[in-house]
Design a protein around this ligand. Structure first.
Ligand code: NAD
Ligand code: UFG
Length: 351
């Protein structure tokens, strides 16, 4: 079975994807700096996939390292070749992902997201590994002109984080044109939420969260008093913003579908939206969360947040056509799973 390098594999989307990939029989090498994650998340992955100690050593190798360090990356690839188990493909999750933080510290965002990716690509090139899946984002679409958003929509990010994702997509497009041996998929995620149904892994931001789901979960658990909703004067059904919330396990399965297709050499360069195609307003999310968990979510409406867009919903038809992939989990299930994770791990992986 193929061996994969997973950068950022200890993070939110990485851990959930590792589970699906291990279950499909792939062997994984994870590289993570743990800047926004904990090694305990990968212990939990072993628990969920029921890997024995011996299997863990063979199938889930963990390297504490930074993707900006070319020597570290080179060692990963050369060690793999020396062991006779070369790396067949890379899934590249590692990166910084906070829009807010990227406005405060754009240099770090360009260093990690762009320079880090460039280090990875040059090492892959050197070691003749030409299969890559890249974590892109719907943030690329900025303020979209029409809904649902197809992959052909204009790329016009409105923050440094989005600019770094757009820059990497450009870099990958240039590489594909330069060398026909590469097989690349850029997966543009909409709003990932939920958690593994076991409640053993989930989203565990190290810094104060800005995203809706971690905040709603904190309100439900009582560690935050109230959800502040950014505006009820948007041109939507109830005035609050609409997003396409995708369960992280559906997203994880999207990665394995893309990977299986790349390894069969079905596509040279794929760009796909990963979303449900359905949008929910913030108030609808609050309502669904309350129903799914039995918890009350007190909220207040405050002014609009800078950089928000009224509606962001994917047109996921290309992913269905090319990968036969579509989402299967509802918003209700996502709320249940998010709460199951949060209530069983009130301090995340720190408890
Ligand atoms: P996350 O922060 O949970 O995971 C990212 C992982 O990368 C973390 O484990 C972190 O420690 C690691 N990392 C960061 N910098 C690193 C470096 N220099 N070297 C090695 N490891 C490093 O985030 P996530 O939600 O799992 O997101 C994964 C990817 O998906 C990111 O690239 C993100 O930009 C992208 N994405 C996320 C979302 C979202 O809302 N979660 C949406 C669209 C795209
Ligand atoms: N929201 C609130 N109150 C909060 C937090 C969020 O009302 O305390 C609202 C926002 O205004 C928005 C919706 O909830 O309408 C979702 O907000 P998030 O911050 O959870 O998500 P965004 O759509 O702003 O952006 C997220 C990630 C981006 C990513 C994008 C698409 O933060 O990095 O989804 O994948 F690019």
């Amino acid at each position: 079975m193929a061996r994969l390098l997973i950068t950022g594999g200890a993070g939110f989307i990485g851990t959930h994807s590792c589970i699906v990939l291990i279950e499909q029989g792939y062997d994984l090498v994870i590289i993570d700096s743990f800047v926004n994650s904990s090694p305990i998340s990968l212990q939990r992955v072993k628990e969920i996939t029921k890997l024995t100690k011996k299997e863990s050593i063979e199938r889930l190798q963990v390297i504490h390292g930074d993707i900006r360090n070319q020597k570290t990356l080179e060692k990963v690839f050369s060690d793999a070749i020396r062991e006779g188990r070369r790396i067949d493909a890379v899934i590249h999750f590692a990166g910084l992902k906070s829009v807010n933080e990227s406005l405060q510290n754009p240099i770090s965002y360009w260093q990690v997201n762009v320079n880090g990716t460039s280090c990875l690509l040059s090492t892959m090139h050197e070691y003749n590994c030409r299969n890559l899946i890249f974590s892109s984002s719907a943030t690329l679409y900025g303020q979209p002109k029409s809904i649902p958003i197809p992959e052909t929509a204009t790329i016009q990010p409105i923050n440094p984080y989005g600019n770094t994702k757009a820059a990497v997509e450009k870099m990958l497009s240039d590489i594909s044109k330069m060398d026909a041996e590469w097989h690349i998929a850029c997966l543009r995620y909409f709003n990932p939420i939920g958690a593994h149904p076991s409640g053993l892994i989930g989203e565990d931001p190290k810094e104060t969260p800005n995203n809706l789901f971690p905040i709603i979960s904190q309100v439900a658990s009582g560690s935050r008093k109230v959800l502040r909703i950014y505006g009820n004067d948007w041109p939507t059904i109830d005035g609050t913003c609409i997003r396409d919330y995708i369960h992280v396990m559906d997203l994880a399965r999207g990665h394995s579908a893309a990977l299986n297709s790349l390894l069969k050499k079905e596509h040279k360069h794929l760009t796909l939206n990963l979303g449900t195609g359905e949008g929910y307003s913030v108030l609808e999310v609050v309502n669904s969360f309350e129903k799914a968990t039995g918890k009350s979510i007190p909220y207040e409406i405050i002014g609009r947040r800078k950089g928000d867009t009224a509606i962001s919903v994917a047109d996921p038809s290309k992913a269905l056509k090319t990968l036969k992939w579509k989402t299967s989990k509802s918003l209700f299930e996502s709320c249940k799973d998010s709460w199951n994770w949060q209530s069983s791990n009130p301090n995340g992986f720190r408890s």
